[in-house]
Design a protein around this ligand. Structure first.
Ligand code: HEM
Length: 493
């Protein structure tokens, strides 16, 4: 009897404490749905069902650029908030434990270091390898153009057929019969070959021509571990308890071929001088740390560039973009001798593609530092999780991006508002922890688009629907929901 009363009193105390905290939180001043004061379950549910980005965006549309999304979490979509969260003091606020999910070989890499001092130390070791000057010179550039040429060769072989840009080993005729199980010119293979060239040359991969290498790429690119990893993040104990049982409902991330490939390639003592491996070999790092760093960059460079290109080429293939293809081809053919980064319309196409379809569209979570901070007029106590997501940053301010849902590359050619547009461009994030591979990614994208649209016109194949191309969130990147993207490549007239 006594123990029941004690339990009842304890329960009342807990409930009272819960409501007292919820009702007195400084975050209550932020706009947002009423339930975000009390629970993070709706947010977690949307994460679990691969819809976090759209959910957060719907809250921005309803409540504005600052919104509370959970009891201890707020999202922002303004340029001033992005500057404060990601750029203050150089590299912005520290990352949250969400990034623990990306540890490789049990090691922390530059991407997964949480505090900025450790991050800066690691970044200094390798930043020069990703500087534009190192990317746009030989033999780095030749490596990319050779791989673009291989991709084109594959496209030529399937000229009167249909190419699935998203998935390999599918080559179909106009009647959609499978005509070959030969490798398809998949964009992930292209991105994989390019990034491993930059990491390991001459020990990079050749998945556009070699089926074994393609299998390695598939392990990284076609990963279905979202739910498993989210459970691990939010409830590691439950994740452990469920153990193998979980395997039947939510696959874990398993990449044995990729692990072996990187352990082997990163053990080479004589990589080319422009590579990341060459730079890391000269540092005081254990082999496993070097391998982890390389594996991390390899994974970071496949889905992002591959899916970014995939969404962009799909959009360019729509009837509404026929004029853009024509204008792009005009620019390319009139400037065959020009450097790939001196073509304004090609640049505008890539910028608009990354604005409309940012390969990492979702929140990049950070902790508010000691003492708390004011963001866009709201005080946030220390330890609050804050973030911005490219998908919303690229859409919410219609004075900067009018008609934000429409693919309109020419907006990047207008003088007026140029600085504001670039300030709100968040596809590669911003500040010291923004994408180190940005110049490499842009070179890969532009060189591939130049190769394709100098020779081909692309149109969508009827087997891929707009719904297939809806954005589906993964742990940090997004991919087409239907996991396919079939285009027809016709020789350009
Ligand atoms: C279009 C292609 C790409 C996009 C849109 C992209 C986007 C991003 C974004 C948004 C971040 C910040 C993530 C965060 O804060 O959580 C990031 C970081 C990073 N990216 Fe990329 N990325 C691309 C291609 C690449 C490539 C080709 C590499 C190859 C090396 C790469 C390597 C990295 C690394 C190592 C980081 C961590 C940087 C750090 O912590 O300092 N990315 N990327």
């Amino acid at each position: 009897m006594l123990s029941t009363s004690v339990l009842a009193v304890a329960a009342c105390f807990l409930v009272a404490t819960f409501f007292r905290q919820a009702l007195s939180s400084p975050l209550n001043k932020l706009p947002g749905p009423w339930y975000a004061r009390y629970t993070s379950l709706p947010l977690k549910w949307h994460e679990f069902s691969a819809q976090r980005t759209r959910y957060v965006h719907s809250l921005h549309l309803k409540y504005g650029s600052a919104v509370r999304i959970a009891p201890n979490e707020a999202a922002f979509a303004s340029a001033s908030a992005v500057k404060e969260i990601y750029c203050s003091g150089g590299s912005g606020y520290d990352k949250t434990e969400f990034y623990d999910l990306f540890k490789v070989y049990g090691r922390r890499t530059m991407f997964t270091t949480l505090n900025k001092e450790e991050h800066a130390k690691r970044k200094r070791m390798m930043a020069d390898r990703y500087a534009n000057t190192n990317v746009v010179r030989e033999p780095s550039l030749t490596g990319i153009s050779e791989r673009a040429a291989r991709f084109m060769q594959k496209c030529r072989e399937s000229t009167d057929g249909v190419v699935d840009l998203f998935i390999c080993k599918l080559l179909v005729s106009h009647t959609h019969d499978l005509i070959s199980t030969e490798q398809n010119p998949d964009l992930h293979s292209y991105a994989f070959d390019c990034v491993t060239h930059h990491l390991f040359h001459p020990y990079g991969a050749d998945s556009l021509q070699n089926v074994k290498d393609e299998d390695i790429m598939r392990e990284i690119a076609f990963d279905d571990s979202l739910q498993n990893r989210i459970l691990d993040y939010y409830n590691p104990i439950l994740h452990k308890v469920l153990g193998k049982l979980l395997y039947f409902f939510a696959k874990p991330r398993e990449t044995p071929l990729a692990d072996d490939f990187v352990l082997g390639s990163s053990a080479a003592a004589d990589p080319a001088p422009f590579t990341l491996l060459d730079r890391l070999n000269g540092q005081k790092l254990e082999h496993l740390d070097i391998a982890a760093e390389c594996l991390d960059h390899m994974a970071a460079g496949i889905d992002t560039t591959g899916d970014g290109l995939c969404f962009l080429m799909w959009e360019l293939s729509q009837p509404s973009s026929a004029g853009y293809q024509q204008r792009l081809r005009g620019e390319l053919l009139a400037n065959t001798g020009a450097a790939f980064d001196k073509l304004p319309f090609l640049d505008a196409i890539v910028m608009e593609g990354l604005r409309c379809f940012p390969p990492i569209p979702m929140s990049l979570p950070r902790y508010v530092p000691r003492g708390g901070r004011n963001i866009d007029g709201f005080f946030l106590p220390e330890g609050t999780i804050v973030s911005s997501q490219a998908y919303s940053v690229h859409r919410i301010d219609e004075t900067v991006f009018p008609d934000p849902g429409t693919f309109r590359p020419e907006r990047w050619l207008e003088q007026e508002g140029d600085a504001e547009r670039r300030r709100l461009f968040f596809a590669f994030a911003n500040g010291g922890r923004g994408c180190i591979g940005k110049h490499l990614a842009l070179a890969e994208m532009k060189m591939l688009l130049r190769a394709v649209y100098s020779s081909f016109e692309t149109v969508p194949d009827a087997t891929t629907t707009p719904q297939d191309m809806e954005m589906s969130d993964q742990l940090i990147s997004s991919r087409p929901q239907g996991q396919k993207c079939l285009l027809r490549f016709d020789p350009a007239q």
